[in-house]
Design a protein around this ligand. Structure first.
Ligand code: SF4
Ligand code: SF4
Length: 155
């Protein structure tokens, strides 16, 4: 559940207000979000993930951590402010968590990796079953964009 918005760190970007799916925040007069409807928090961590300056703390509980709230200075001192964002690797200089995730090999996962980091595919050893269909157009004008690399048919 959302516990702390650090006014000291907040740069009033409104990202947490927009990211929250249950409209927990109101924007304060100074631009710093106010936890207006804590009971509506579903502990999804999205606000903390999107905060660019690690100004939020969502506790991993579905009820308020303490009636008087948590101590911001203590959270900041032990690195818990914004720690969810840090753990998932969002933010400049961090490694996205998806690159560190472990799990079973997914079918076709290699195709989902960007070509620049993909392992080279082995050379084909068999002839394609179906030969390429010859072009039927007689136009001698080279196509403008997608087909630009294709050779114009011989007249
Ligand atoms: S944890 Fe999710 S539901 Fe709770 S305030 Fe943040 S964005 Fe909203
Ligand atoms: S995302 Fe962070 S910096 Fe932006 S308004 Fe919310 S608490 Fe402040």
């Amino acid at each position: 559940m959302i516990e702390v918005v650090s006014a000291e760190r907040c740069i009033a970007c409104d990202k947490c207000v927009l990211a929250c799916p249950t409209n927990v925040f109101d924007t304060g007069a100074d631009g710093v979000p106010v936890i207006a409807r804590q009971d509506d928090c579903q502990t999804c961590f999205m606000c903390e993930a999107y905060c660019p300056v690690d100004a939020l703390f969502v506790a991993p509980t579905t009820h308020p951590a303490a009636p008087e709230g948590l101590d911001e200075a203590e959270l900041a001192a032990d690195g818990r402010l914004g720690s969810y964002r840090a753990h998932i690797g969002w933010g400049r200089g961090r490694t996205p968590g998806a690159r560190l995730a472990v799990g079973p090999e997914l079918p076709g996962a290699a195709r989902m990796v960007a070509p620049s980091v993909r392992e080279p595919e082995p050379a084909a050893t068999t002839t394609p079953a179906t030969p390429a269909t010859p072009a039927t157009t007689t136009s001698t004008t080279a196509p403008a964009q997608a087909g630009a690399a294709r050779k114009a048919p011989t007249p």
